[in-house]
Design a protein around this ligand. Sequence first.
Ligand code: MF3
Ligand code: CO
Length: 275
Amino acid sequence: MRGRERIQYKTADQIRLMRRAGLVVADALDAVRAALHAGVTTKQLDAVAEDVIRSAGAVPSFLGYQGYPATLCISVNEEIVHGIPGSRSIAPGDVVSVDCGAILHGWHGDAAFTAIVPPAQGSVDERAAELVEVTRGSMWAGIAAMVEGERLNAVGAAVEDHVGDRFGIVEGYGGHGIGTQMHQDPHVLNYRTRDRGPRMKAGLCIAIEPMLTAGDPGTRVLADDWTVVTRDGSRAAHWEHTIALTEGGPWVLTARDGGVEELAALGVRANPLAD
Ligand code: MF3
Ligand code: CO
């Protein structure tokens, strides 16, 4: 709530350290994407990510977090977030959300993507493809709304406006401040609220992570106490980036180009800091 939140604003040098953690997460997710094929198990994908993270001298941040047992969250079809990797093998046509976090030199990065594994025959289900694309687009719309002096809920409003009535927006889960912990203030909602939140200023580092459903956005948690699924069994998608707001604009720490290309398409100039 406004006034009670304690936001840890980062210096330019601290943001540069977070960038290094962000790139480790980007590398891990790229490797998982390359390994994501029908027949691979979610546990195998988890091992791919853990290898990349440890080889970079970093540590998986989800592993051991409140007892969480893996490096990745892998959430398939009606699973929205926090799916635990295991013996499940990925099937053709699956909608697969992969979420990854890493700590390097004490600083966190956190990002996620959703991809559809090509079906054995025919083309990818159109509604599922649109779900993935609208979720991705809503994340970028939220990132583009990170403007110094504007209020934080501009992010949630931009996500909501991008989604419109095309898909359900999951409530009860959202983005977060990030830095020397994975989860810090402020909480970053994926929809518009009356409380427009604190004014954004340089040094604000947040993870923006919209979760959308093809049907009703109602959720429940499975008996494993982690996996969040849609109540109606409809499919879900989840995208996430870690972003720093610098004096010259947003820098997407978990995007290889810092967000330059995607933000330019939205008329926003990203501001990767020089080393
Ligand atoms: N990226 C997710 C988040 O921001 C993943 C954390 S789940 C846990 O909340 F596995 F780490 F617990
Ligand atoms: Co997150």
